[in-house]
Each structure stands twice: as structure tokens, then as C-alpha cells.
Design a protein around this ligand. Sequence first.
Ligand SMILES: [Mg+2]
Length: 418
Amino acid sequence: MTNFNTKKPAVFIFDLDGTITQEETLPVIAKACNVEAQINALTEQTIAGNVPFVESFIQRVGILGQFDIDIVKTALSKVKLFPKLTEFINSHPEQCAIATGNCKEWVNGITEKLDCACFSSDAIVENNKIVKLNSILKKEKIVEHYQSLGRTVVFIGDGNNDMEAMRLADVSIACGLTHYPANSILAIADYCVFEEASLLRLINQINSPQPGTSIVLSCAGIGSRLGLSKTKALIEIEGTKLIHLQLKAFEEVEDLRVVIGYQARSVVKAVLELRTDVVFVYNHDYFQTKTGTSLYLGARHANEYCVAWDGDLVVHPDDIQRCIGYDGEYVGGSRIISEDAVFLRVDDQNQVTSFSRECGDFEWSGPAKIQKKHIRYLTSNVFNQIEGLLPLPFLNIRAQDVDTYEDYKNAIKFVKSW
Ligand SMILES: [Mg+2]
């Protein structure tokens, strides 16, 4: 009898070039063979989109096939790999695979250091030279292969030729460890990371439930009510970008997840100015959805507890530690400030009993700390997410959110008062 409760472990498929290797390998090969000018010209045309990937690869093999395999293999065996990533792969060989468009004969010098399955392009070799390409790997076929075995597939890549595989994968991680990920994959990725440590943290979270707390900072929205034509994370308060105020508040937090959508690239840039170990989570549907969706996406592979924090929420620095360190679930609120507030009703046991549009004792400002297992998919607001969990303990904080221009002016006053 089939046991439907047995969940098969996820499979992690890694691109090789620039994802596991600490540098792109093509320039290394070109240098070893002394054909840098030719290869660089081809690479430029490929990146510009003038030469499709398969055509580019065939031309590349045409150029490099004139040289002994050993020259290429020796040059590549000296390329450094990301050490923690290599360690993860070699300690989970059954759960990992490499998918590289490169020829097996060339990348052997690298893949022999990795204990997992390796899928690559295949060629005919004569007299120690590649004379003919047999097959060019389609990475998406490897994704399909593992999915057909009932496995959840996570694809980690950085380039245009990873896009179809990432689109098909159950979870896709754009990897910015050696260079900025290709635009095409950022348009479909679930996550984006820029440091080995955050990639490893995310992989471990996807692989098995992790204890502790994650902060889910939702910065995906278009900020339409504010009228400054900017996502709220990028507006400035007293000369400091709001996102920088937030990053300062979360300095001590290890797992910080920033959900991005509108003006994603600018938000990423602003975050990277202060901190590179953040996990970026994409809400590609930011125009049709609200913060409840961003919270769901941000919490999807997070730690046991998630602190839901809107990108426009400014909390007094003295109250931030209570918000992050509070033991267990809570709902945060402040004294009533906004004109168009959602209110909280709080009973004499200090429990939030309901949300209301009409009246209440406090204003719902966020944050809220919720167990990840309680967070479900919805397209509405975070408070709709929490409603079904009430009653929950109330945390009274000094906070100001920035929904309207009036709020924005008040937020500036609030920050000045610290
Ligand atoms: Mg690559």
C-alpha cells in the first residue's frame, strides 16, 4: 500500500559556472588556450542577446575544441569552489545534482570534487580533442526528471541558460555570489541571495524545519496611497532611506527576509549598501496582491516563528527588541494616530480579541509574531491572516506607519522625537 505520508526529501540542482565556482570558468579556459579575444567577443554577443545560447555554445566548442582536453581540464581544476556549498553537496550527495551546459570532458576537473550526480553536455573525443558535440544539456529536462520521481526540485542558478529550469522548478534561487544574476531569471525566481552564508541558510531551511525566528520585511508594494511614486522602502525620512532605518533595527537578526516586487532592483541595491546576507523573496504578483501574500511568500521556508513587519512601519528603537525577542506569538499595536486606521480590541487579559474598521482600543500597526505553520496563502492583508488566530497577546509599542502623505509627515516628526 502506498504511504502518502512519506515525504521524499527535496532535490537541489545546482548550476556549476558562477554558482558553485567562485569565478566564471569560460574566461579561465580562454586564457589557458590563449583565445581570450575570440571568446570575449562571443560572450559579449551572447550576453547582449544577439547570439542565442545554443548557437554560442556550438561556436565556443568550435573554438576550444582545437585544444587538448587536458589543457582545459587542468585550468579548470584550479578554479576555486564555494567551500560551504561544496560541503553541503558532499554531505547530501543523494539530494544534490549538478546541471551544467559545459562538456563533461572539460568540467571533470571540477566535478570530481563533488560527490553528487552531474548532468552535462556530451561530446565525441578523438586524440584528446573534442571533435563533435553529441548533445547539449537542457537543464529543464533534469528538473522534469526528478519531478517525475515525485521529488520537490529546488534549482539554484545565475544565468540566462538556467531560466527554463528555474521556471519549472518547485523552488528557484537566483544566485548572485559571483556576479549579479541575469535579468531573465530575476523575473521568475522565488529567491535571490548574494552571499554563500545566506544561500546555505536558505537551503537548510528548505531542506528541514529550522528553529528560531525570521523577520519578514514586506517591501513589495507600489505605495499608491502615499503618492511619491516610490515603493515605501525607498522614501527618505530625515535623509535616511526607510529601508536603511529598518536594516539598522534588525542588525542583530540573522534571518532577515526582504520581500520585493515593485522597484525590486532599486530595493535590492539599497539593501546591499548596508547588508549582503539578506534573503530576498520575490512577490512577482505585487500589483494584484497585498501584504498577506508577501508574508506568506516570505514565511514559506522561514524559521519556526516569523515576525511580520511591513516595510513602511517605523518603530521606536527602544521597542524594537521587545518586538523581535518576544517569546511566542503576539499582535503589535500603538495608540491611535492614523485617520484611516484598522483598530484592535484588547480585553482586560491583554489579549487582542478582534480587528475592526470602526473602533477599538489601539491601532493595528504591526508587527506580529506568528508561527510559520499558521501562515497560509491569501491575497489580502496581514491582519486577515491573523484574524483566525485570535485571541493573541497584545504588544503595546510606539510605532507609526506611512500609508498617506499625512502619515509621512508624522513619521518624520516621530523619528525626530527619538
Ligand atoms: Mg552559471
